[in-house]
Ligand binder design. Structure first.
Ligand SMILES: *[C@@H]1O[C@H](CO)[C@@H](O)[C@H](O)[C@H]1NC(C)=O
Ligand SMILES: *[C@@H]1O[C@H](CO)[C@@H](O)[C@H](O)[C@H]1NC(C)=O
Ligand SMILES: *[C@@H]1O[C@H](CO)[C@@H](O)[C@H](O)[C@H]1NC(C)=O
Ligand SMILES: *[C@@H]1O[C@H](CO)[C@@H](O)[C@H](O)[C@H]1NC(C)=O
Ligand SMILES: *[C@@H]1O[C@H](CO)[C@@H](O)[C@H](O)[C@H]1NC(C)=O
Length: 616
């Protein structure tokens, strides 16, 4: 009896020790370049004294902010009065941004996440072992009292609307065991990235307080790719603007920095153009389902406060049929049937390719839109995918589907459109078909977005194009949900059973994570890959399911783009990444984004990725 009791006690001590040792060590997502952590516990509460280059940061974790949340040890400086809710950052609307305001907003959001939107990680600890695993509650507590932020260079106007690579997003973050945290970064954007890593050090205690048990911490970190994006299609289904804000928030937690807004398509034109109000009046799905100039400006400034650049796309000369509702003379094959003969999705409709009125229209449209966008971005996306040559059989200005005729017309069209973009001081983006399928030559400034997979990235970079990668086989998050079409009983039903979509299966997080945009490239070619975007084409997505289509699968791409597909020359492992992604998903949910689980709690409670590893 004695022996049995003794060995049981021994066994349980051992288990507790074991649990303490294999409790999550560090789980920062995306993985930092360098991180070391310790095993000391620190607590955190309201009243952390935050400085930015020596000055007080008047942060608040509440919205709207009632007052500054700090206790200054010895200062007679008056706290600033906060003008705007922190969720929108602190700058008044306008093309001028203040680094201090950006940092203050970042600190406030980080503190809000740490103090108000945290969670008890019972899903990440062994079953019924939270109390044993989390920090001891009744011991004397050491609190984090100071966060000292140092920015080593001044931001410039281009910090807020950078060309790829123009902003230094690197940072270092340290937390000592006495309760002082330090952040150093070159830019305010780097400070924002550091703050997101900082938030991920903390959990809520089951007794209610907030702690970290991995002090001391030292992180140095920098992104692998300068373009880390998400494509939102707000044309095929309309999204209330809060969905775009929420997506920007989640992107910033993931250290992603480009939101590509595919804002018009053949199905709908929700973009208000003041000089041509009929476009949205006739083109939106319903009155009110539009984005006004001030909506677009809010999206852009909200993004900038989170270190994100918004790139707007008006896809041309295809994917534009809806313009015919206002300007029928500009469009060929509008609503042509059977649509399968003329386009990939109904309703068909492309710009006529030899019609001077199209030039006048685009001059007017771009003169209205681009100067407004250009205050907040370096880029404009001119589209160019899936131009269907059959539609030009119906185009009175073309009358043929011969590529020898159409190619040069697309060349002229592209040249003129890119000239408009450059005139506004912006750099054009195109989809890859423009150079790769239509034999159009483009300027050296143009960035090519690739989606067709195969050897596309190799081919484009071999020709010297700068590219971003959205390979549909890996990074189309809408795939695998089944067809959005309906099929009549009989041949259509039988021939299309079981009603898959064109790009299934669903891209699992593991598949998203396996993709390396720089695979099989020479060093010279690799430099031309600026990054990538995951895409959420919206035939079957709207505000009810957006979050769990994007998250956490976009996070998997986010880590590839921030941290790189490989580490020390080896592919990153799902076994290592899984537990971190489980934890990060819980953080996103706690912060208000309905990210999907990537596995069941049985697996997350195993605490390391091997619990549910497929045995070999
Ligand atoms: C990470 O550490 C290595 C080795 O000390 C260093 O060469 C590298 O620059 C560090 N990376 C960052 C982003 O600081
Ligand atoms: C051009 O159109 C004709 C008539 O519809 C069709 O037979 C032919 O396949 C088309 N050619 C191309 C290259 O699409
Ligand atoms: C592509 O265009 C170039 C001129 O820009 C021409 O020399 C070449 O023959 C064209 N290639 C094809 C396949 O049409
Ligand atoms: C690394 O991942 C790539 C896919 O990105 C795969 O082709 C390759 O086989 C993997 N290498 C190893 C050693 O697993
Ligand atoms: C790289 O090459 C390997 C072997 O040819 C191939 O399996 C893989 O799909 C390629 N990856 C990319 C991204 O092209």
């Amino acid at each position: 009896m004695k022996l049995f009791g003794g060995s049981k006690a021994w066994l349980s001590t051992c288990l507790v020790l074991l649990v303490a040792v294999i409790a999550p060590v560090q789980a920062v997502w995306p993985a930092p370049s360098n991180i070391t952590t310790g095993q000391s516990t620190l607590w955190i509460k309201h009243g952390v004294f935050v400085t930015y280059n020596g000055g007080i940061v008047c942060w608040s974790s509440l919205s709207p902010a009632p007052s500054c949340m700090f206790s200054s040890p010895s200062t007679n400086k008056k706290p600033m009065v906060l003008q705007l809710p922190w969720t929108y950052g602190f700058s008044p609307p306008g093309p001028k941004f203040s680094s201090r305001d950006i940092v203050t907003g970042g600190v406030s959001r980080a503190m809000d996440a740490i103090l108000n939107k945290n969670f008890v990680p019972w899903k990440l600890y062994a079953r019924n072992k939270v109390q044993e695993t989390e920090a001891a509650y009744n011991k004397p507590k050491t609190y984090i009292t100071r966060l000292e932020i140092t920015q080593t260079a001044k931001d410039s106007d281009s910090t807020w609307k950078p060309v790829a690579g123009e902003v230094d997003e690197s940072y270092s973050l340290s937390l000592d065991t006495k309760g002082t945290a330090k952040i150093q970064a070159v830019s305010a954007v780097g400070v924002l990235r550091a703050l997101e890593s900082f938030t991920q050090l903390f959990f809520k205690h089951s007794q209610g307080s907030i702690y970290t048990s991995v002090a001391p911490v030292a992180i140095t970190d920098a992104p692998t790719y300068p373009h880390r994006g998400i494509l939102m299609d707000v044309a095929r289904n309309w999204y209330p603007i809060e969905n775009i804000f929420r997506t920007l928030d989640a992107m910033s937690w993931n250290k992603m920095n480009r939101l590509h807004l595919h804002v018009t398509d053949s199905q709908a034109w929700p973009l208000e153009i003041p000089s041509m109000p009929e476009l949205a009046q006739n083109g939106a799905y319903a009155k009110g389902l539009t984005y006004s100039p001030s909506d677009i400006r809010s999206i852009q400034t909200y993004a900038i406060h989170r270190g994100i650049e918004v790139i707007v796309e008006i896809d041309t000369p295809g994917h534009i049929g809806i313009v015919a509702e206002s300007y029928p003379d500009l469009i060929t094959a509008w609503g042509a049937e059977p649509w399968t003969t003329y386009c990939a999705e109904p309703p068909c409709g492309q710009f006529r390719l030899n019609e001077p009125k199209v030039d006048k229209f685009l001059d007017k449209l771009m003169d209205d839109l681009l100067p407004r966008l250009a205050s907040y971005t370096a880029y404009f996306h001119t589209g160019g995918d899936e131009v269907n040559f059959q539609e030009y059989l119906l185009d009175p200005t073309v009358g043929t589907n011969d590529s020898a005729v159409i190619g040069p017309l697309i060349q002229k069209f592209t040249d003129k459109n890119h000239a408009r973009v450059r005139k506004a001081g912006l750099i054009p983006f195109v989809w890859e078909e423009i150079p790769a399928s239509y034999n159009v030559s483009i300027g050296e400034d143009v960035v090519v977005q690739s989606w067709l997979g195969g050897t596309a990235i190799q081919d484009l970079t071999a020709k010297g194009h700068k590219v971003i990668d959205s390979n549909y086989n890996y990074w189309y998050l809408d795939c695998g949900r089944g067809a959005w079409l309906t099929f009549e009983n009989g041949d259509a039903f039988d021939g299309n059973y079981p009603f898959n979509d064109w790009c299934g299966p669903t891209k699992s997080w593991g598949l998203v994570y396996s993709y390396d945009p720089r695979a099989n490239l020479t060093e010279e070619q690799a430099k031309l890959v600026l990054g990538g975007e995951v895409a959420a084409w919206s035939e079957e997505i709207d505000e009810t399911n957006l979050d769990n289509i994007l998250w956490p699968r976009a996070s998997a791409a986010g880590e590839v783009l921030w941290s790189g597909r490989t580490v020390d020359g080896q592919n990153r492992s799902q076994i290592e990444a899984g537990p971190r992604l489980n934890e990060f998903r819980e953080r996103m949910v706690a912060r208000g984004v309905r990210a999907a689980p990537i596995t069941m709690v049985f697996c997350t409670q195993g605490m390391d990725g091997s619990t549910c590893e497929l045995p070999m």
